[in-house]
Ligand binder design. Structure first.
Ligand code: HEC
Length: 110
């Protein structure tokens, strides 16, 4: 139990958590078509076109057309699996789901 808490506590700082690494590509190939359907969960806050700016409890959602090209796969996996800041909760924790979403993000927001 202590180790679990420790692992969760560290994950936000991208301390080399293996789980996040697994979702990003070396051994898992993302399917952008599946990722497109999974993106529906993101679209509620970031907009169908990803441009964001939607007020989420006082914090505007990020513009994915700007953010995605500037983040690495590991960083995107971290945001998706752990959430970001106080306004974006964790979205997907399954490595395949995360890889699929990232494949869709890379195609849509190059
Ligand atoms: C409940 C609303 C909500 C959902 C659902 C959501 N996001 Fe976010 N997201 C936000 C907000 C708000 C921010 C900005 C947070 C901040 O700046 O503190 C954000 C920020 C981001 C960022 C920028 C992080 C950075 O490093 O600046 C990325 C990338 C992102 N979201 C991707 C996604 C993806 C991909 C999904 C779907 C799997 C998703 N978000 C689902 C609200 C959401």
């Amino acid at each position: 139990m202590f180790l679990l808490i420790l692992a969760l506590g560290c994950s936000g700082t991208d301390s080399g958590d293996d789980t996040a690494g697994d979702g990003t590509g070396t051994d898992i190939t993302g399917d952008p078509a599946i990722g497109e359907t999974l993106f529906a969960a993101c679209a509620g806050c970031h907009g169908a076109d990803g441009t964001g700016g939607i007020d989420i409890g006082g914090t505007p959602s990020a513009d994915l057309t700007v953010k995605v090209p500037s983040l690495t796969d590991d960083e995107l996996a971290d945001r998706i699996m752990n959430g970001f800041g106080t306004a974006m909760p964790a979205q997907y924790t399954d490595s395949q789901d995360v890889a699929d979403v990232i494949a869709h993000l890379r195609l849509t927001f190059p």
